[in-house]
Design a protein around this ligand. Structure first.
Ligand code: GLN
Length: 520
């Protein structure tokens, strides 16, 4: 069993197993969902720490009672011999920008501290309906703006592979929870890379599905034309299994695609069994060279070599307009955010400052937003408001939309000659906590390779491709596929993952974290 030999530091073996294997054991009554859930709650207790202390701090909220009750319900259904869905009984963590009826939803922001939503996001409702067991809510950069989780109002999450380093962002909590064995599965949201980049730097799988194929209903909006919920997991098949639970049409999301979901589980299974004969893989030439860590490029090049050995036809493809992706994104995303975040007006949700009867509504609103939003969120609101203002609209927002069109055209042309495109997921491995907090531009560069797929709306995932030789930290390979061809990316990723797992240098799948366990 892959993963069974991973270090678990005296913890239950259950925390290192794939979700698919856990489900199999639960459904065969070899282990109960309650035991599996307990093992993960104990792992959280051992390594997560409270409130940003010494631990991984992947979670902002853990609902042990709710999780155990959900697990008991699945155990009862299994005992009664009723049909259960493929992941029933498996624990899952949810990024704290998706609404949950029984848990707070903060978006990592002081302005929503303690807010309890009156409804479940569609994805959360689908998790529950499929018998998955929500463990709690994970940390993120405030309103999902950032690449390190350092913008959370509730403390930084730390990378389980090196606690002095960032776990990526904005969904660092979800990926770190999966990497540390605190949850076998998690949900993330990806507006510019926030599932894939944390996946890459924590050595886990992260998928941004085709835009519109997973409901955004109940996802607190950051940039509505880019936001996409997707799965975080430790294997490609696990990500596919979760993808099929959350995906599919939702009448409550007006941008939801009304059509069948690409067959991602079937593709992951086929990829793991088969080769890649005849699959045309294009390496994006723009994503290498200056600014790319040598150890990242070496691991990526080696991964491409494996794809070639599996039978893929590997070519280089130029996507010249991808160089506009970062500047276009940093106009479009803040523009949409400035509009979306107007709803935090001190009247409807969470924090309210200065409401003593002596001040006007405008004053209360202004003081609440001043106190409740962090620096990065304010920066984006100001940039977005400026980009949309009458005098700048054409020169800034309008130009960015034109660049977006050029990027879409580059993808269309590239997918005429290639089935999938590949690149490193992120130019460097996890950087030290604090290194980029004073330099927003350096922080933004972490998403250089992931942003084009958000702008175009196509599918993209990150699959671990070993450790960088220069710092022994995880590297991710990004695999991009056309819109509604997510299954292609899964097939290539699963074939690669299977080939890599049999390589001698595959390494442990869960870091030991003995120092944390010993300190408790
Ligand atoms: N890091 C990017 C940003 O700060 C992407 C965030 C995301 O995907 N949510 O906007």
């Amino acid at each position: 069993m892959r993963g069974a030999s991973a270090a678990t530091g005296g913890q239950s073996e259950l925390i290192s197993l794939d979700a698919g294997e856990l489900a199999r054991r639960i459904h065969a009554r070899e282990v109960s969902s309650v035991e599996v859930t307990r093992a993960h709650l104990e792992r959280i207790e051992a390594v997560d720490g409270a409130g940003g202390g010494d631990g991984v701090h992947a979670f902002l909220h853990v609902d042990a009672e709710g999780a155990l009750a959900a697990a008991e319900a699945v155990d009862r259904a299994v005992a009664e011999g009723g049909p259960v869905s493929p992941l029933a009984g498996v624990p899952v963590a949810v990024k704290d920008n998706m609404t949950t009826l029984d848990m707070p939803t903060t978006c990592g922001s002081a302005i929503l501290d303690g807010w309890r939503p009156p409804y479940d996001a569609t994805v959360v409702a689908r998790l529950r309906a499929a018998g998955l067991v929500p463990l709690g809510k994970t940390n993120l950069d405030e309103f999902a703006m950032g690449s390190s989780t350092e913008n959370s109002a509730f403390g930084t999450t730390r990378n389980p592979w090196d606690l002095a380093r960032i776990p990526g962002g904005s969904g660092g909590g979800s990926s770190a929870a999966v990497a540390a064995g605190e949850a076998p599965l998690a949900l993330g949201s990806d507006t510019g890379g926030s599932i894939r980049q944390p996946g890459a730097v924590t050595g886990t799988v992260g998928v941004k599905p085709t835009y519109g194929t997973v409901s955004r209903f109940g996802l607190v909006a950051f940039s509505s034309s880019l936001d996409q919920i997707g799965p975080c997991a430790r294997s490609v098949l696990d990500a596919a299994l979760l993808h099929e639970v959350i995906g599919g049409h939702d009448p409550r999301d007006q941008t939801s695609v009304d059509g069948p979901l690409p067959p991602v589980v079937e593709a992951a299974l086929a990829g793991a069994r088969g080769d890649l004969a005849g699959v045309r893989v294009g390496i994006v030439t723009e994503f290498s060279g200056e600014g790319y860590q040598p150890g990242v490029l070496a691991a990526f090049t080696d991964a491409v070599r494996v794809l070639g050995e599996l039978g893929a036809d590997v070519v280089e493809v130029a996507c010249p307009s991808f160089s506009y992706a970062l500047p276009a994104y940093y106009l479009i995303a803040p523009s949409e955010a400035s509009s979306n975040l107007a709803r935090f007006d001190a009247m409807r949700y969470g924090l309210r400052v200065g409401d003593d009867g002596s001040q006007s509504t405008d004053e209360v609103m202004s003081q609440t937003r001043e106190k409740g939003f962090g620096a990065e969120v304010k920066r984006r609101i100001m940039i977005g408001t400026h980009a949309l203002s009458a005098g700048s609209y054409d020169a800034l927002y309008g130009k960015a939309l034109k660049a977006r069109t050029l990027i879409v055209r580059d993808f269309t042309a590239a997918f005429e000659t290639c089935d999938v495109l590949v690149s490193p997921t992120t130019p460097t491995t996890a950087f030290p906590i604090g290194e980029r907090t004073d330099d927003p531009l350096a922080m933004y560069l972490a998403d250089l390779c992931t942003i084009p797929s958000n702008l175009a709306g196509n599918a993209a995932l990150s699959v671990p491709c070993g450790l960088a030789a220069d710092d022994q930290l995880p590297v991710g390979m990004q695999i991009m596929a056309p819109a509604l061809a997510d299954d292609r990316a899964y097939r290539v990723a699963a074939a690669y993952e299977t080939a890599r797992a049999s390589a001698s240098d595959a390494g442990p799948r869960i870091p030991e974290l003995r120092a944390l366990e010993g300190s408790r």
